[in-house]
Structure formats: C-alpha cells, structure tokens
Design a protein around this ligand. Structure first.
Ligand code: NAP
Length: 553
C-alpha cells in the first residue's frame, strides 16, 4: 500500500525550541489554505499557514508538467469571496494553464497580504492533540513547533503522489538507470526532452494532458496504458471577452447559479431533464454532438441520468468510442484506446489532440492491462515478455487520494489515536469535515465531502465559511472543543456509501475507491450527492447547534 509508512516523530512537546501559540494552524497554502487564512484572520484570529512547498499554489505548484491545465473554465474555477478580485482578475484563456493559475495564487497571496502569515518550506511532520491543554501541538521536520486550538487541514485530496512498485524489490523503479519524473513532482527548472526516448505510464487526466506535449518534444514516445481513458475535447482558446463581460456584469448571480448545480459549475449548460433512454437516437446524437462541440465536462450532463443509469451511461460511452474510432487511423490502436468501463466512473478527462497523438509516427501505445509491467530494468521495463527501452520515464500514475495526504502526517487525536489506525479500513468522518477522536480538527475538501465532484473553489469556500461560522459559534458561547460523535460519523459513512450505490461510480476501479493504490482498502471515499444537497446538510447541522458533534465548555 502506497500510504506513507508511519513516520513516528519525537513528541512535539519534547522538542527544544518553545512552541509559538496560535488560534488556528492551517496546513497547506493551496487555494483552500489561502482562503482559510484570509477568512479566519479576518475574524481577528491569530492564524498561521504551514506549507511544505517553496511556493503558495498547492496543486498548481507541484503539477508543473507540460500541458497542465484546469478542466473547469477559468471564470468558474476561481474565488468568489471578493467582488473586487473577481472583477479585476483577467484570465487569458477559457481553461487556464498551470503558470496562470500559479500567478493567480500568488496574486491572491499578495493582494490580501497573506504571506506574512505563511511559512513556506515547512512540511508538518506531526500534529498531536493535547487533551489536557485542549490544543494541537504541531511540529515540522526542520524543528518548528507550534500550538493552536484548531487545526485546519487544507492539504487537498490529491497531493500524495502514487508511486507503484512495479515488480517490487526485485525489479522496482530504482533499478531504472534513466531519468524518472512524476507528473505531480515536476522539476521547476526547464527540462530538455528533445531527442530523447520517453515513456509514460498512466493515461488519466495528467497523462492525457502530458502525452500530446511529450509527443511534440520526444524523438520517440511509448505510452503504457493499463486502462483507456474517455477524453472529451477542451476546445481551449483565448477567453471570449464578450462572455467575460456578460459574466462580470453579474458575477455574483453567476456564482450563485453555479453553486446550485450538482458540480458547482456549468450552470450555463443544464442537463436535459429527461433520461437519455427516453430520447430518440437522433435526439441523443444531436445532444452529445452539441456537448462535444462545446467541449469540456458538460458531456456528462447532456441528460439527467448519465451518471446514475448504466444503460443511459453506455449510450454516452458509445458516442465517445465512435469519436475515438474516427480520430485514430490504425483500427487496432483505436480499439485499444476505447474504454470499456462506464464513462465518468473514473474522472472524465479533458484534453487537446489526445487521440490524434496516436497517429504520429513517433508514438507507440502498449497495453499493460493484458500484460502488466513485470519489472523495471536499467534500460526500461519488461511487459508482455519483452523489454521496452527508453531514456526518460514519466509517471503519470496519480495519487494516493483522500486519505494519503493526512496519513503521511503523524496525526494523533485523543488517547494518542493515530489517523493511520483510525482510517485503516477507509476514511471515517462526519460531514467530510470532522473526525471522531480528533477534536478541533477540520479537513477542507477531504474524503466524505463532495470535493472530488465539485468545482474546487466552490468546495473550499463552502468548507472554510462553514468552519469560520463554527469557530465564531463556539467562541460566542465560550466552548473550547468540538468533535464529531462516533454515531454521527458512522451514520455519515453509511450515507456516503448509500449515495454511491445510486451512481455508476462503483462500476470500475478508480482513485475514488482506492483501487489505484495496491493494498489500499476498497472504499468509496467522496460523497456523490451533489454540492447543493451536501451544502444543505452542512447548513442544517450548523443551524441545529451542531447536531452530531460533542461540544465541551
Ligand atoms: P489517475 O487518474 O489516477 O491516473 C493514473 C494513471 O496511472 C491511470 O491510467 C492508471 O491506470 C495508471 N497507473 C497507476 N498505477 C499503474 C500501474 N501500476 N501500472 C500501470 N498503470 C498504472 O491520476 P491523474 O491522471 O494524475 O489524475 C488524478 C486526478 O487529478 C484526476 O482524476 C483529476 O481529478 C485531477 N487532475 C485534473 C487535471 C485537470 O484539471 N485537467 C489534470 C490532472 C489531474 P488505471 O486507470 O488502470 O488505474
């Protein structure tokens, strides 16, 4: 299992330097952590954000691979909390590329003077709840020590890279003598791949964005595919200024309409309110074609039941397979590129020229589903009984999602309960925000919330606002701790599982269920009820005086 081995740290309280005390410590200065810092500091709280990287930006700092780009339109994938910010900031493209998103993160950090309360290059090693002091004691590997009443994990659901063993100790990755890169740990300095033989393992969203870019540079590109991906065209281009002006004329209204959709974006592309099965073949084709022409993730909302009815889903899947067969000249390659699982069961990929890349003479597709990678060698890897040789290996193998980021911290709650023990069988939490046994801890955009299915900005603004209201409520009443009850947590997990059963998400192996990481428990981790229903539940709990939580004076 890829989850970090438990790295027990010396108890933070035994360290030499005195701990600095805060009201709130935030772990992470990506888009969740930046907003949490802005919001909580604005309430007059003493707040510090600890960030492992040398920059703010989170996912958009580490995923610097060529072609990295967001798959939600920039006018939607951005903060709504400041009208001035959303009016002033000008996106250049329909889907912002990684450098522009990083500039945006830096702009936000500067504009709201956040940097003075962010400590970069600081990986939190341990966070222990001190039951006597009722405070979190936090330490970093470089000797930093802090305490706080509240700990906010803004570490993201996808920040712990998945590094498969490929043949284990006998033939593991370290045997390969060439260069190894991971999409989520891309070097910051320029990388010359021209004239090199490059291999990519992985054809999820990252691989789909990387592959056409690598094919442009490498003299030869070998793509090792375990599962074929459904890829819809992005149709990216310069941002339509007339559309921008129309949105900015009533940005608040646009944001509100988006928050009212299942995914927190796409309000201008509402689903037809009928089953795909009730449309005629011509109507269906026209509907799918229209979404294909528009580009982006909207294909999945062409009809109301594509993600809930396997038969309806198969109609959309068949439509995309038809597009693949049109795009790829070699019929055998086209068939290999045709996915067989339900569309949307794994996160739908948005790409540019992905399938067409396989028409290039310098690109070869290798099936490692039928013939898995048996071992690495100094010159390449062995699959299907033969050695494939290359200079550079790019791992686009994804993430130890949801639980990985928290489980690589030495995170302990009451009685020294370790998160690795608590989550051994899968993530247990309440509302996707709180964990029984871990008082005054909040997880932003983590498991048990709709994070994986929601526009990340909508998700983090909602979570941070909920946490901020909760802290204000506690303080107004003089309460010191809040903690999910085990009953509420257990009911929540039951709800998460029951919701998943009504969808197509259980119909394949994916990072939603931990199947991408060998040995990880097969558990559906995100919540699939849609953002509006989720937000309503969170609001109901807050309005009830935090039902399901144990609150201590
Ligand atoms: P991913 O979707 O988990 O894809 C990982 C790929 O690596 C899969 O094709 C997987 O095959 C393959 N793989 C893993 N272990 C392997 C092994 N041992 N042998 C062979 N193949 C192996 O990861 P990702 O592409 O990094 O994307 C993760 C998520 O990040 C996305 O779903 C999306 O939410 C987000 N993301 C978004 C964007 C965007 O906004 N445009 C871009 C990148 C990432 P299997 O499918 O068979 O497991």
């Amino acid at each position: 299992m890829m989850t970090a081995s438990r790295q027990d740290q010396p108890p933070p309280e035994d360290r030499a330097a005195p701990a600095q005390a805060f009201d709130v410590l935030i772990v992470g200065a990506g888009f969740g952590g930046l907003y949490a810092l802005y919001k909580l500091r604005g309430m007059g709280l003493e707040v510090l954000a600890l960030e492992a990287a040398e920059s703010v930006g989170g996912t958009w700092w580490v995923n610097r691979y060529p072609g990295a780009r967001v798959d939600i339109q920039s006018l939607e994938y951005s903060y709504s909390f400041s009208e001035d910010l959303q009016q002033d900031w000008r996106w250049t493209e329909r889907y912002a590329a990684q450098p522009e998103l990083l500039r945006y993160a830096n702009h936000v950090a500067d504009r709201f003077d956040l940097r003075r309360d962010i400590r970069l290059n600081t990986r939190v090693g341990a966070a222990h709840f001190d039951e006597v002091a009722r405070r979190w004691r936090v330490s970093s590997a470089d000797g930093g020590r802090w305490t706080a009443r509240f700990l906010v994990l803004a570490i993201g659901p996808l920040s712990s890279p998945n590094l498969p063993a490929f043949g284990g100790a006998e033939g593991g990755i370290e045997r390969f003598a060439g260069q190894v890169l991971h999409s989520a740990a891309w070097p910051n300095e320029p990388l010359e791949l021209r004239g090199r033989d490059v291999a990519v393992i992985g054809t999820g969203s990252s691989g789909v964005q990387l592959i056409p870019n690598l094919a442009d540079q490498a003299s030869a590109l070998t793509v090792f595919q375990r599962t074929a991906a459904y890829v819809v065209p992005a149709h990216n281009g310069p941002l339509d200024v007339a559309w921008e002006a129309r949105i900015k004329a009533d940005y608040a209204g646009f944001r509100a309409r988006n928050r009212n959709t299942y995914s927190g974006f796409g309000s201008e592309l509402t689903p037809r309110p009928i089953s795909a099965l009730d449309a005629t073949a011509e109507e269906r084709e026209a509907a799918f074609e229209e979404r294909w022409r528009v580009g982006g993730l909207g294909l999945l909302s062409a009809f109301r039941d594509l993600l809930t009815n396997p038969r309806a889903n198969e109609l959309a899947a068949g439509f995309v397979r038809g597009k693949i067969r049109q795009a790829v000249r070699d019929p055998a390659t086209a068939e290999l590129l045709c996915p067989r699982h339900p569309i949307g069961c794994k996160r739908l990929c948005v790409g540019t020229g992905y399938y067409e890349t396989f028409n290039r003479p310098n690109v070869v597709l290798v099936d490692v589903h039928a013939h898995p990678i048996a071992a690495m060698t100094p010159a390449g890897l062995v699959a299907g009984g033969r050695e494939h040789r290359f200079d550079t290996l790019v791992l686009a193998t994804g993430f130890d999602a949801f639980t990985g980021p928290a489980m690589r911290i030495d995170l302990r709650g009451r009685g020294g309960l370790h998160i690795q023990d608590k989550w051994r069988g899968g993530p247990l939490n309440y509302l996707g925000l709180a964990v029984a046994g871990f008082p005054n801890l909040f997880y932003i955009a983590g498991p048990g919330s709709t994070s994986a299915f929601t526009n990340f900005f909508v998700m983090v603004e909602h979570h941070v606002d909920w946490v901020a209201d909760c802290l204000a409520w506690l303080d107004a009443r003089g309460h010191t701790t809040i903690e999910a009850s085990t009953e509420a947590e257990s009911d929540w997990v039951t709800f998460v599982n029951a919701t998943a059963e009504k969808t197509v998400y259980l119909g394949c192996k994916s990072w939603y269920v931990g199947d991408n990481v060998p040995g990880k428990p097969h558990v559906f981790m995100p919540l699939a009820c849609g953002f509006p229903a989720y937000a309503k539940r969170c609001a109901a709990v807050a309005n009830s005086g935090y039902e399901g939580f144990i609150i201590e004076a």
